[in-house]
Every structure is written in C-alpha cells, then in structure tokens.
Design a protein around this ligand. Structure first.
Ligand code: PBG
Length: 331
C-alpha cells in the first residue's frame, strides 16, 4: 500500500478552494423544512422561552411577515403545528376548517404559492388530556384514532397542503391517511411519515411551544424505545407498504445511526428532525459563550446530510440559510 511520504492527506486540505472541491456532502437552504407554530390569537407573536428565536404566530400579518422572510432566505418548505383556541377529549379542532392550521395553509398559499406547505398530523395539541389519540380505558386507542386522523388530513389537503406528515406513531396511520385522502379526491397530496419516532426526552421545549404535554402518563406505548434499531426498519417497511411517499427519523443527533441504517435499506426520500431539545441545548450553550453557534449549527446540520438525510427539519433553518448565503458551501 502506498503511504507516507508519497501519500499526504493534507495536500487537499491546504486551501478553502481545495477543501470545497473535495467536499463530499452539500448543505443548502433548499434542504431545510422550517417548523412553524400557528395560533388562534390575533396580531400576536409569542416567543417560546426555551426556544429562543422561535415563536407562536397568529394567522394574519404576523404569519405573513414570517413567511416573507422564510422565502427571502431561500427556504422552500414549512411544517405547520397548530395551537387551537379550545381542546376537548376527541380533538375536534384538529379537523375544523377555521382552525389555525387550516387557515394558515390558505394564507401561506396566497402569500407564497411556491412554498411547499407540510402539516404535522397528530392529536396531542388538540386533546384536553394531551395524548396523541382517543383515550379508552386509560390508554391511547389505536383504531378509533385512525378515523380522526383521516378527517384531519382531508381538512389539511382541502385547505391546500402539499404534504401531510403523521407523527402520532399509531399502527396503520399511513394506510388510513392514504385511503382518506384518495377517497376525498386528494390523490396528489403526499405523505411524509414520521415512520421512526422515538419516545425522547428531547421533545421537552416543543411541548411548551405546542402546549401539548400529556396530562398523565407518557408516550412510550406508541413511540419507539430509544434502544432499538431493527424495529425502526420494520416501521419503515410497514409505512412504505401502506403508501408513504417519504420517511422521517426523529430526533436527529442521538439517532444518526438509525438514519444511516434507513438510508442504506430504503430508497425513499428521507428526512431527519433536529428537534426542540437539540435546538435548546445549542442555543443555551451559545448564549453562555460556550460554543460558536454558527460553526456548531452548520456542523451538526451537515451531520444529518452525511448520515443520509435528504431533508432536515430544523428550527435553525433561518439562521443557517442566512449563514450559507454569506458563504455558500461553508462549514
Ligand atoms: C407530535 C409531535 C411532537 C414533536 C413533533 N410532533 C411532540 C411529541 O411527540 O411529544 C416534537 C418536535 C420537537 O421536539 O421539536 N405532534
């Protein structure tokens, strides 16, 4: 084997241009999906304490302004979460035509017709108990929840959503959603499945943002055990069989090995969700001057691409897009 001093790995690391020429993984604003939280308030932007820079937005000029800045930065997609005015046991606001998400989809499509609008599909923001489905005998009931998810996606597609993203980890959810969409004439609406979603401690800040913590128990009866990876591949196989158009692994950083395994096993477009707790950690450390935020964020976003993600859901999207605009191909 040829080796030192004939081989010198440092030759191609010598200048920024040489490093850029041999860079194996790209990172661009067009890889990002930016999550947004929309409310039933009026003319109000409410910052989330544990997620600096992220806010709940009212569906009016406040949301429009945010959309304009997202588009201006070259981001091509958003994912919507709704905080309804009222919650009940059966999540009726999740499929109401005049609820925040349904109104936001319409407003975004008027403001920025080319922006891809995705919606998170889960009941936890809409139930008064904060669980992802209908409660029967003290537990989340899988099959009666599926019918409601069908109503939710039809209402989102009817408002103009391009992609629906079921995140509740109910068995059969992708099939039920596909059937509901096709039955209502929305054969073109795509399904991005949160196929592999772990019962993670890193969702903490999100539950403040979405006002959706469970009032009793936890989500371990439906979200995956963090110790498992073979099970993740089974989840993907089932969702593909049920008609998923794209897959997601969530959270991001603690599950890069899972992302790699899914990438190597399946050909579908693959997304990684860099979740709220991961964002909060970076923001807290940066605020204390303990890490260089820009360098750290670009490095971690690139890790998702390197591990196999096509798309990255991240609260850093706007900052990262701005940094990449200043110095394309940076990091
Ligand atoms: C469920 C949902 C959650 C997240 C996205 N969709 C919360 C949960 O499962 O408890 C978490 C996202 C994040 O932490 O950034 N609607």
């Amino acid at each position: 084997m040829t080796q030192f001093p004939v081989v010198r790995m440092r030759r191609l690391r010598r200048t920024p241009t040489l490093r850029a020429l041999v860079r194996e993984t790209s990172l661009a604003a067009s890889d990002f999906i930016y999550p947004l939280f929309v409310t039933a308030e009026k003319n109000k932007r409410k910052e989330i304490t544990s997620m600096p820079g992220v806010a709940q937005l009212s569906v009016d000029g406040v949301l429009q302004k945010e959309i304009e800045s997202v588009v201006q930065l070259g981001i091509r997609s958003v994912l919507l979460f709704g905080i309804p005015a009222t919650k009940d046991a059966t999540a009726t606001q999740s499929y109401a035509v005049d609820a925040p998400v349904q109104k936001a989809i319409k407003l975004i499509k008027q403001t920025a017709p080319d922006l891809a609008v995705m919606t998170d599909v889960c009941l936890c923001e809409y139930t008064d108990h904060g669980h992802c489905g209908i409660i029967k005998n003290g537990a989340v009931d899988n099959d009666s929840t599926l019918g409601i998810l069908g109503k939710v996606v039809v209402s989102h597609a009817g408002a103009g959503a391009d992609v629906v993203a079921p995140s509740g980890m109910m068995d059969g959810m992708v099939g039920a959603i596909r059937k509901a969409l096709d039955g209502a004439g929305f054969a073109e609406t795509a399904v991005l499945s949160y196929a592999v979603k772990y019962a993670s401690a890193f969702y903490g800040p999100f539950r403040e943002a979405a006002e959706s913590p469970p009032s009793f128990g936890d989500r371990k009866s439906h979200q995956m055990d963090p110790a498992n990876v073979r099970e993740a591949l089974r989840e993907c196989a089932l969702d593909i069989e049920e008609g998923a158009d794209a897959l997601m692994v969530k959270p991001g950083l603690p599950y890069l090995d899972v992302l790699r395994a899914v990438r190597e096993t399946y050909d579908l477009p693959l997304a990684s969700y860099n979740v709220s707790g991961e964002y909060a950690m970076v923001k807290a450390a940066a605020k204390n001057g303990w890490i260089d935020e820009r360098a750290a964020v670009l490095e971690l976003l690139r890790s998702f691409r390197r591990a196999g993600a096509d798309l990255i859901l991240t609260y850093h999207a706007k900052d990262a897009a701005a940094w990449l605009r200043e110095t394309p191909g940076d990091a």
